[in-house]
Ligand binder design. Sequence first.
Ligand SMILES: [Zn+2]
Length: 113
Amino acid sequence: MPRHSKSISATRRTKPRVRPGAVKLPPSSTASKPSLSSSRPKSSPPLPPPVFDTSAVVECPYCGESVEITLDPSSGRAQRYVEDCAVCCRPWQVSLTYDDDGHADIYLATTDE
Ligand SMILES: [Zn+2]
C-alpha cells in the first residue's frame, strides 16, 4: 500500500513587507479591546441657556409646612394659578415669575380673604 506522502508546498514568499519607519508599539499600550463599560454614558439632552426651575419649596400660608411643588416653565415667565397644599389640601393662589436666570420667584397667597 503506497502511502501518500505529504507534498510540502514550498511556496516561498517573497520578501516580507516591512513598512519603512514603522514604530513598534510597546505591548502594554495596545488597547485593542474596547474598554467601554456596558453602562452607557449619561446622555443628557442639551439644555436651553437659562435653566428654569422645575420645582421649588414653598411654605404653605395656611399650615406653614414646607412643600415642594412642581413648576412648569413652558407655561410662561409669569404665571398665576391655584394649587392645593399637599399637606393641608387648602388652595394656594400661586404667583410665579421667572427671572432672567430661570430662577422662579414664587409668592403664595390664600384664596380666601
Ligand atoms: Zn398647607
